[in-house]
Design a protein around this ligand. Structure first.
Ligand SMILES: Nc1ncnc2c1ncn2[C@@H]1O[C@H](COP(=O)(O)OP(=O)(O)OP(=O)(O)O)[C@@H](O)[C@H]1O
Ligand code: SF4
Ligand SMILES: [Mg+2]
Length: 330
């Protein structure tokens, strides 16, 4: 459970990717994450949801500086690890022990030339966590055991495993350095439905045992609503709503969240009765050239002239419930 102490504070975080424009020497920028601010509390699971391409992976990787931010501020446990205004960009090696990631595609994230033992052992070696060969072997075996694999698996290569087992290897690799915080980037979306819940249950058990904090990314809100303390909703690189899970699912206030949830069955007849189905028109616009004002205005059924001109700010609408929409201005 969350104990309300802030572990990570993210302020105005931006990540732009430079790409070639249509004309010679023209440079354009994919605005993958645009001025995102929020906190992550120690011990909580913060779910992040949104359509494909809205910037979830980029956000997760930029927070742990696997991608260097374009600008903004990241404070980890009271220490700024990145601050574009103050020109702070700390050496991340000590923080790699604290902040880990489980990748979206387990097969692509494991080096096919390395055995499972080498993959898990590499993290131990980089951080000098074992005194000798025996300690290293014992540590690898106990990590494999913790994720439901066994000792014989250490000598095999990733291609010899199923998708679910490969993801378990990815989890063992992340756990090897005894982190505090893990970005779980759609850890189950590439897996068979039959084993998805096993992996989610294992992640929950590991969180309780090791007091881990998770940023849990999913494109489907139904995947994260039961395991997250809070949920943040992203649209085209921005956070549009953030609240406690039950509050967000039962009283969404942003039109985009309402449309996402209107497609999800909720086992509460009062909530279902109150809710009207909102169908969004059109495709998600390109982050190369995002709409002016509110980025959602091209698809929002309530858009006004103000929405086309002025960007709404993420504001606390009720205690702990944040949303960015002009409709909510009192
Ligand atoms: N290395 C890169 N170079 C250029 N553009 C990129 C790069 N990585 C991501 N993007 C673009 O940034 C935007 C956000 O991508 P991202 O992968 O973060 O989205 P996502 O929400 O994780 O999507 P998905 O649900 O499909 O995983 C997309 O438009 C994507 O094409
Ligand atoms: S600000 Fe306007 S366009 Fe954006 S979500 Fe609110 S009503 Fe819709
Ligand atoms: Mg992604």
């Amino acid at each position: 459970m969350s104990d309300q102490r802030v572990l990570l504070q993210i302020e105005n975080l931006k990540k732009y990717f430079p790409v070639k424009g249509d004309r010679m020497f023209e440079k354009k920028y994919v605005q993958a994450v645009e001025s995102v601010s929020f906190s992550i509390y120690r011990g909580e699971t913060l779910g992040i949801v949104g359509e494909s391409g809205c910037g979830k992976t980029t956000l997760g990787r930029t927070i742990i500086r696997l991608y260097e931010p374009t600008s903004g501020r990241i404070v980890y446990d009271g220490t700024p690890i990145y601050d574009s205004e103050q020109k702070i960009a700390v050496n991340m090696l000590p923080y790699r022990r604290k902040m880990q990631i489980i990748f979206q595609d387990p097969s692509a994230s494991l080096d096919p030339r390395m055995t499972v033992g080498e993959i898990v052992g590499e993290a131990l070696d980089i951080h000098g966590l074992c005194q000798g060969k025996t300690e290293r072997r014992d540590r690898i075996n106990s990590l494999l055991d913790e994720v439901g694999l066994n000792t014989e698996h250490a000598n095999r290569f990733p291609h010899e495993f199923s998708g679910g087992q490969q993801q378990r290897v990815g989890i063992a690799r992340a756990l090897a350095v005894e982190p505090e915080f893990i970005v779980c980037d759609e850890p189950i979306s590439a897996l068979d439905v039959s084993i998805q819940s096993q992996v989610v249950n294992m992640l929950e058990d590991l969180q309780n045992e090791k007091h881990l904090t998770y940023l849990f990314i999913a494109h489907d809100i139904s995947v994260v609503r039961h395991i997250s303390n809070r949920i943040g909703v992203m649209y085209l690189g921005q956070m549009v709503e953030l609240a406690e899970s039950y509050e967000l699912c039962s009283h969404p206030v942003h039109p985009y969240t309402q449309s996402l949830l209107s497609a999800v069955p909720i086992p509460d007849p009062d909530v279902t009765r109150e809710r009207q189905r909102i169908l969004l028109e059109g495709e998600i616009p390109s982050p190369l050239n995002p709409p002016s004002g509110c980025r959602f205005h091209t698809r929002c059924p309530y858009a006004t002239d103000r929405c086309r001109q002025e960007q709404p700010i993420l504001k606390e609408q009720s205690p702990g419930h944040f949303a960015a929409c002009h409709l909510l201005d009192k």
